[in-house]
Design a protein around this ligand. Structure first.
Ligand code: PLP
Length: 446
């Protein structure tokens, strides 16, 4: 309506006057206004309907405004909005029960945080105290959050301007079959060589100095590159052998995104700690956490855990988590994500890849897919440089928006990451828009 459009314009004006945005030069950008969203759709400031192929920051796994979750938040708000973390609260207890029911066996306690970065910070703190060691190993081409340690552990260019007080953080090359650092031609080779590299890194850094290894089970923003068969089992074995705490960052990959509750389920590995956030309650109220295995829990039975947050286990956030997990179960959303990946998104993206010279690789699982764009399929030269954008990528994003699709772009990739309950016809329509829009990218191919 006109009134909504006016309200949006006023919000935009105030935003540009007073709001300081994440990861942005504040001057030269004009953010999209969104006052309304429902399911897999959002409406921009001019009232234009867009299909949300980004799930915002890959967090609205159940789509926007799920009625059961909205009702649960309202009910909890009517009962008790907040309570200090030292008290017992029913919403928090139930959320912890439901989450630990879903985590691999043995991870049966949860420390709640406000989001993903602080979940990783606390997981590393637990690992350091548990082992009495200091160093942390993490992968290049990764993202672990924006707070100081989390951004230092991160392996993406957002780390560079923040790369101080990173003492003790060491990066290794992950397995990444499409751009193998190890010159591998098969997945088997990649697994074997990446694990040999990791073992060398551990030996060269001193195994008895390394507290933790942090790894996204399926790296998200860095490219949705699932580990080749055997890689995670090898990581589990190496970390166990050397007494290193294996922290699986499932902030983006967890809670159904990959078509399993946790991505580690696909490879049947049990990490020592799992960090989560985003999908745990679809981001309706900020929430993250660390799922903790028994030996690490036991470190803190008689010893004080030196960490905490005013909002650890916030009742509104936990009530939203309980309702989200319940709705996901009742509506079979995780199974649906798996089916969408296998039957709809995967096959269609592979057809799209055949039709477009600019597509170098399509890969993913569940509702978690990347389309990697290249200038040349043989050399695999990316369509935008690492850490940057390009005219071709900007034009492609514009074409997607013009077609009514809100997608997620990172460097030379478009990510297809819709909510797990997006209706098939919407997924198909969005992929048709992508198919057409890619003509713009093809025009930049040599
Ligand atoms: N870890 C991963 C894998 C993420 O994708 C993100 C956010 O995108 C984070 C950690 C940080 O989470 P938050 O932004 O909630 O702090």
């Amino acid at each position: 309506t006109e009134a909504e459009i006016d309200a949006g314009r006023r919000a935009h004006e105030l935003d540009r006057t007073h709001v300081f945005h994440s990861w942005q030069a504040q001057g030269p950008f004009s953010p999209m206004t969104v006052l309304r969203a429902e399911g897999s759709r959002v409406w921009d400031g001019e009232g234009r309907e867009l299909l949300d192929f980004s799930s915002q920051l890959v967090n609205t796994n159940i789509g926007h405004q799920h009625p059961a979750v909205v009702a649960a938040i309202q009910e909890q708000a009517g009962k008790l909005c907040t309570i200090a973390p030292q008290h017992v609260n029913d919403a928090r207890s139930e959320a912890a029960r439901l989450i630990t029911e879903l985590t691999p066996d043995g991870l049966d306690h949860v420390f709640f945080t406000n989001g993903g970065a602080d979940a990783n910070e606390h997981a590393i703190r637990m690992a350091r105290l548990h082992t009495g060691r200091h160093k942390v190993l993490s992968a290049y081409r990764s993202y672990h959050g924006g707070t100081q340690l989390a951004v230092n552990v991160t392996g993406d260019p957002r780390r560079f301007p923040n790369d101080y007080s990173a003492e003790g953080v060491v990066h290794f090359m992950p397995a990444y079959p499409y751009r193998s650092y190890f010159g591998s031609e098969t997945e088997e080779q990649e697994t074997e060589r990446a694990l040999r590299h990791l073992e060398d890194m551990i030996l060269l850094e001193g195994p008895d100095r390394i507290a933790a290894l942090v790894l996204e089970t399926v790296p998200g923003t860095a490219g949705i590159y699932a580990p080749p068969p055997g890689y995670l089992a090898g990581v589990r074995e190496l970390t166990r052998k050397h007494g290193i705490v294996y922290i699986a960052d499932e902030v983006m990959a967890g809670f159904g995104r990959t078509g399993a509750w946790f991505a580690v389920d696909h490879w049947d590995v049990a990490p020592d700690l799992i960090t989560f956030a985003k999908g745990v309650n679809s981001g309706y109220v900020p929430l993250g956490g660390v799922a903790i295995s028994r030996p690490i829990y036991e470190t803190f039975v008689d010893r004080t855990y030196p960490g905490g947050l005013t909002y650890s286990g916030h009742p509104l956030a936990c009530a939203a988590a309980v309702a989200t997990i319940t709705a996901m179960r009742e509506e079979g959303m995780v199974e649906n994500a798996a089916r969408l990946g296998t039957d709809v998104i995967g096959p269609r993206l592979r057809e799209i890849a055949e039709r477009h010279q600019s597509v170098g690789d399509v890969r993913g699982l569940g509702c978690f897919w990347a389309v990697e764009l290249v200038k040349d399929r043989t050399t695999r030269e990316p369509l935008a440089p690492y850490g940057g954008s390009s005219k071709a990528m900007a034009e492609l994003m514009k074409a997607l928006l013009a077609g009514g699709v809100l997608a997620f772009a990172n460097f030379n990739r478009i990510h297809v990451v819709p909510p797990l309950n997006t209706p098939d016809e919407d997924v198909i329509r969005g992929l048709e828009v992508l198919d057409e829009a890619l003509a713009v990218a093809d025009a930049h191919v040599a």
